[in-house]
Design a protein around this ligand. Structure first.
Ligand SMILES: Cc1cc2nc3c(=O)[nH]c(=O)nc-3n(C[C@H](O)[C@H](O)[C@H](O)COP(=O)(O)O)c2cc1C
Length: 208
């Protein structure tokens, strides 16, 4: 029995053997329920000036090292990551209400890994990755021209090659927090940390 009522088996079970497995399982459940954008994460980076910056990206997968996403290395976040290869991400799922925080160093996937992720996108997205200089300023009439170019490029998808500056990235998890709230509004927080991916996870509970 916890301070807040009966122990809940999922929340009280030890996540330290496989926290990324638990993250995958929570993610899968959120996808099955299908509300919101279950693949969306907020991705916080540190600018070259040392300031925080945050935006939504799509988590492509969670593997045994961390969370994989894609972006342009020349975007603002790409430049942040080049200067400070560290990030913090948050998944938020509404039903049941759950939040998972993941932070740690960020690595760029190799060309084969980035090519595979590029190829997984629809032609229009790939054309956008090729045509758009993400985060660069644009003339007022630039959007129309850009979309024309994207639609043109998408007509010949086999010719779309991954830009050398567009990558898959892996946020290597060295800290994870599972936050959940049940029907009685009982909130549970479980934190896991490891010094490096080669080290075992250490788990602790913290107050909500
Ligand atoms: C639901 C959603 C999903 C998004 N997914 C991505 C993504 O996977 N990769 C990406 O670079 N930008 C994605 N964006 C756009 C980013 O939020 C952001 O506008 C863009 O990456 C530029 O950010 P930056 O200037 O901080 O680099 C997404 C936006 C939304 C709202």
């Amino acid at each position: 029995m916890s301070d807040h009522g009966p122990a809940r088996p999922e929340n009280d079970s030890d996540a330290s053997t496989d926290p990324l497995g638990r993250l995958r399982s929570w993610w899968e459940q959120a996808r099955e329920i299908g509300s919101g954008i279950p693949d969306a994460i907020s991705l916080a980076t540190v600018t070259p000036a040392g300031l925080p910056a945050n935006r939504i990206v799509i988590a492509k997968r969670v593997d045994d090292s961390g969370v994989v996403f894609v972006t342009s290395g020349t975007s603002a976040k790409g430049r942040d990551l080049a200067a400070h290869p560290e990030a913090a991400a948050v998944f938020l799922w509404p039903d049941p209400l759950r939040q998972v925080r993941v932070s740690g160093p960020v690595e760029v996937l190799d060309d084969a890994g980035s090519d595979e992720l590029f190829a997984s996108h629809a032609p229009l997205s790939r054309a956008g990755f090729v045509a758009s200089r993400q985060s660069e300023p644009m003339d007022p009439d630039g959007l129309e021209r850009l979309w024309e170019r994207i639609r043109d490029l998408a007509e010949t998808p086999d010719e779309l090659a991954r830009p050398a500056t567009w990558h898959g990235y892996r946020l290597v998890a060295t800290a994870i927090e599972f936050w959940s709230q049940d029907e009685e509004r009982t909130q549970t927080r479980v934190q896991l940390t490891r010094a490096t991916p080669a080290d075992p996870w250490q788990q602790r509970r913290v107050q909500p």
